[in-house]
Design a protein around this ligand. Structure first.
Ligand SMILES: Cc1ncc(COP(=O)(O)O)c(C=O)c1O
Length: 421
């Protein structure tokens, strides 16, 4: 702990990855072939890590999801079941194909798709379901897969927040039919920018590659900017700097009713008229992303291991705090604690109390979509998603928490909850 201040987040990107980025970005002569060889090595390594036959690098998870739906022939009049608590960009892709997103509720404390809500949402038009392993918590994939098989529904796992997590000993991403992941700077592993699709279906993988065949490479400038941002994030969340720079800015912003970190990294929720053109024209992964990804993959089990140690500690230490509800995990779930999400009926006051004690928290970027203005015409009953959305708070659980950070965090949460009781 540095000066009693704990950041809400710290990146997996480190000066080692910054040096790798610089080295590959500096090779101005890199031609397409060199890019292709390195990206293929990264895709192969990632596929092996997940246990899948194919891995295809894509510009973003939402585009990977869109391409998967397209490759599966999802179109006019079809339905795709998505959880009522998720990231807006996923349901926003479905209408682009003429299909309908159908929201199904989540477990109140697990935050992931409830298998019975999934079953209840099925109609003869259901073509796919998206079990989202939200906050690093794997869904009950045995139940979801069994129901999906009975109804001939494709299972597309959303692993955007769960790369490396397991369910009943098996890695997520290989528990359904296809999966997507994302590797932005705030994820548990990063490739600067970009995402991945994995599938055992060679034909589907080939269709994705065909869609991407004409894409030019992601711009070197954008990737250089990401590398600099990643290094700045590492420095700003470093104990020696955080207390003196970011924390005061967050406290000040909060007093003015703003959240500077959310403002900097958040994305406005919106619907799309079409898939952004640059995904097709300039979305091909470059060697620098692959090189960073390969190095991150060599560290992923350590990074996730640190999260798991922190998360299990919080599960135990915060289990009986007045007013506070800790997460639940579906049967067989082996979470990686991408986030540690508690509920409190006075969530905003709890946040302020914790900030006063030097602990920064966030309400995160997910939304409840049962009754959301963005998807008014697809309204559905998702009471758990709505309640979770109103009450949830992300506590720091990142790999750089020290033991004294954890102690300070636990003591602060206990004291803050007692003061609100
Ligand atoms: C659960 C979930 N799904 C999908 C996405 C979309 O990822 P991308 O920004 O790569 O499209 C995100 C982004 O953070 C996410 O958290």
């Amino acid at each position: 702990m540095a000066f009693g201040r704990i950041p809400r987040f710290s990146p997996s990107f480190s000066p080692v990855e910054a040096a790798i980025s610089l080295r590959w970005l500096a090779q101005g002569t890199l031609d397409g072939a060199a890019d292709t060889a390195k990206v293929t090595e990264w895709e192969r390594s990632f596929a092996d890590y997940i246990g899948a036959r194919n891995a295809v690098m894509v510009p973003s998870a939402r585009f990977g999801f869109y391409l998967l739906l397209k490759a599966l022939g999802v179109g006019e009049g079809d339905e795709v079941i998505v959880p009522g608590l998720t990231y807006f960009a996923i349901p926003a892709m479905v209408p682009l194909l003429g299909a309908k997103p159908v929201f199904a509720d989540v477990g109140l404390r697990s935050h992931v798709l409830d298998p019975e809500a999934f079953r209840a949402a099925i109609t003869p038009r259901t073509k796919a379901v998206v079990p989202t392993h939200l906050f690093g918590t794997p869904c009950d994939m045995e139940a979801i897969r069994t129901i999906a098989r009975e109804h001939n529904i494709e299972v597309i796992e959303d692993c955007a927040q769960s790369t490396g997590a397991r369910s009943r000993g098996q890695r997520v991403g290989h528990l359904g039919d296809h999966a997507y992941y994302t590797f932005g700077l705030t994820k548990n592993i990063t490739t600067l920018s970009g995402a991945m699709v994995t599938t055992d279906n060679d034909q589907v993988a080939q269709r994705l590659r065909t869609e991407l065949r004409n894409a030019g490479p992601t711009s070197r400038r954008k990737l250089a900017k990401e590398a600099v941002t990643g290094l700045a994030m590492w420095a700003a969340t470093h104990p020696g700097l955080y207390w003196a720079t970011v924390h005061p800015a967050v406290v000040l912003g909060n007093k003015m009713g703003e959240d500077p970190i959310h403002d900097r990294f958040g994305e406005a929720e919106r619907r799309y008229d079409e898939v952004p053109e640059y995904y097709y024209s300039a979305g091909r992964a470059r060697a620098v992303q692959a090189a960073v990804g390969l190095h991150q993959l060599s560290r992923i089990d350590d990074l996730n291991g640190a999260r798991i140690r922190n998360g299990r500690h919080l599960d135990g230490a915060l289990a009986h705090v007045p007013g506070l509800t800790t997460p639940e995990y579906p049967p067989g779930s082996e979470p990686i604690y991408m986030s540690f999400v508690v509920h409190h009926p006075q969530r905003d006051q709890l946040m302020a109390e914790l900030r006063a004690r030097g602990v920064d928290t966030t309400v995160g970027y997910m939304s409840a979509f049962g009754r959301h203005p963005l998807f008014e015409e697809y309204a559905a009953e998702c009471p758990n998603a709505q309640r979770a959305f109103n009450e949830l708070l992300h506590l720091p659980v990142h790999p750089n928490l020290s033991e004294s950070d954890r102690d300070h965090l636990v003591e602060s949460v206990r004291a803050a909850c007692l003061s609100l009781a």
